[in-house]
Design a protein around this ligand. Structure first.
Ligand SMILES: [Fe+2]
Ligand SMILES: [Fe+2]
Length: 271
């Protein structure tokens, strides 16, 4: 099974990068499921029904989110009607929407996609480790789920690596999102789980993590609150990770970065 996860899509530039590059990547890499973190798709803040539709049209199969999930209030209603959109699974019980989805694929296979959020330097949600544990108890790898992909939306690389080792051998991949900067530590952990601390963003890298650089720099220099950050609108790079999973064991065979367009050095895996 071939998986592509695209990191946080930031604003129009990020959406355009998805529209421009995702269809070709899906075709060339024979992607079975494309997971796109869409928490910043709506002008940097949240996601709407219309923009979810645009991402589906470009080839996204599952949309994950994170701390920005409720920035657009309409999603609080809409998420209940669209099970392809996930919010972090460790929100308190009773939160609208779902934190995981068992997504059916051809040939009787399926992939369990789980979205969880870290707690270090982030809003304090329920324990993401305990939450993942309870989801895995329900859907163990290789039994009800052919593959399991975790989008761990998290600030601290330490918490992300801990999650990787916690889940090693029990999920196909633990893939980090949220920092908007791709890391180069993609690897297969000893137990067979593919891991990367952060997939990076789909956004304009001539920016401060996707927002206009001048006001962001000014805020650091003056320590004065500025206007609400606006996404940078130059050509975006699509950033993500490509993971090949063994359909028999559910463990990873390969993980490689994907960077297309914009300012970052391009890297596309050879099929
Ligand atoms: Fe983000
Ligand atoms: Fe985030």
């Amino acid at each position: 099974m071939n998986i592509l996860l695209c990191g946080d899509v930031v604003g129009r530039a990020g959406r355009e990068a998805i529209q421009r590059h995702l269809p070709g990547l899906k075709r060339d890499l024979a992607i079975d499921v494309a997971i796109v973190n869409a928490e910043n798709a709506a002008h940097g803040f949240g996601l709407t029904e219309r923009l979810a539709g645009e991402l589906y049209d470009a080839g996204a199969d599952i949309l994950t989110t994170g701390n920005h999930v409720w920035d657009q209030r309409e999603l609080i209603q809409y998420i209940e009607r669209d099970p392809r959109i996930l919010r972090p699974a460790n929100f308190p019980a009773g939160t609208p929407g779902a934190g995981w989805r068992l997504h059916p694929l051809e040939g009787g296979r399926n992939v369990l996609v789980v979205n969880v959020m870290g707690r270090l330097f982030m809003e304090a949600l329920d324990d993401p480790f305990a939450r993942l544990e309870s989801i895995l108890a329900q859907h163990p790898l290789g039994r009800s789920a052919t593959a399991i992909v975790v989008d761990f939306h998290c600030e601290a690389t330490s918490e992300k690596m801990a999650m990787g080792h916690f889940a090693d051998g029990r999920v196909s991949a633990v893939l980090g999102t949220h920092t908007h900067v791709p890391t180069a530590d993609h690897q297969i952990l000893p137990g067979g789980t593919a891991y990367v601390s952060d997939a990076g963003m789909c956004g304009d890298y001539d920016s401060v993590i996707g927002v206009e650089k001048a006001p962001a720099v000014r805020r650091f220099v003056t320590k004065m609150p500025g206007e609400k950050p606006k996404p940078a609108e130059g050509e975006a790079s699509l950033c993500g990770v490509f993971v090949v999973i063994d359909d028999g064991t559910g463990l990873a065979r390969r993980i490689e970065p994907v960077r297309v367009g914009g300012r970052l050095a391009e890297y596309v895996p050879v099929p």
